[in-house]
Write a protein that binds this ligand. Structure first.
Ligand SMILES: [Zn+2]
Length: 252
């Protein structure tokens, strides 16, 4: 078929070919299809490469190399929170075994051991949470927010890391999750004050609404002046405005 299309079939071979195609429906269909592609190919105009081609190629190559270098240097930090989680699980397991053994063999002071174990686990949870919240990847930081639920509601370091996340994280999903997580610290006046302050810094209506809802649920009356001040802004998002007006009704 290619030979026939390119005019390289001659004599008996050409006669045999056309005799076959005239009787074989399958070959005829295939030949027609190929012939149509063949003629269309002739219409494709070959454009010479633009003058920008070389520059664009080197730009792309540079971006690729930079990405590879960043991944390589990030490799270490991706690795270590996972390692921490494993260490955490192992240490917790060892402590539990030690505690059980100590209790069994010596009949010693079990309640002091339990307190020690709790403290130890609390420290490790805090460490995992804080290090995950510092990661480059947004999904790792989300995991950090999830881990924060396992820390003590009195953990000020975790609380301030969450507030920092709400104020500075570039990812809206991470910020939203952090607002939810701060609810757990609602009894702490630092948490409520932090949320009030974070409200002024937000540029995303979604996060603003989440903060307003959280403050309303926490019955944070200290938010009232801030709400009033923000409501005075003319270019305030309409949904945020409605939510805040409702919140003021509840809080007053
Ligand atoms: Zn055939």
């Amino acid at each position: 078929m290619p030979d026939s299309l390119t005019g390289r079939l001659h004599g008996d071979r050409a006669a045999d070919f056309s005799a076959h195609v005239s009787t074989c429906e399958r070959c005829k269909r295939e030949l027609d299809e190929l012939a149509s592609y063949w003629s269309k190919l002739a219409h494709i105009r070959i454009t010479p490469p633009g003058t920008q081609l070389r520059a664009r190629f080197y730009q792309a190559l540079e971006a690729y190399e930079q990405g590879r270098a960043e991944r390589r240097s990030a490799g270490w930090s991706f690795w270590w929170p996972k390692q921490l989680a494993v260490q955490f699980a192992l240490s917790a397991g060892c402590l539990a075994i030690g505690l059980a053994a100590g209790h069994f063999f010596s009949g010693g002071n079990a309640s002091a051991d339990v307190a020690e174990l709790r403290k130890e686990i609390g420290n490790m949870r805090q460490l995992v949470t804080l290090s995950l919240l510092e990661q480059q990847s947004a999904s790792e930081r989300l995991r950090g927010v999830t881990w924060s639920y396992r820390t003590e509601p009195s953990d000020v370091e975790v609380l301030s890391a969450l507030l920092r996340t709400i104020n500075t994280d570039t990812n809206v999903d991470v910020r939203l999750a952090a607002v939810d997580a701060v609810r757990n610290f609602g009894n702490n006046s630092v948490a409520r004050k932090g949320l009030v302050q974070a409200l002024a810094r937000q540029r995303s209506p979604l996060v603003e609404i989440a903060i307003v809802d959280t403050l309303t649920d926490l019955r944070a009356r200290e938010a009232i002046p801030q709400f009033e001040q923000i409501l005075a802004e003319e270019d305030l998002d309409i949904n945020v405005r409605k939510r805040m007006e409702r919140a003021l009704e509840v809080l007053r």
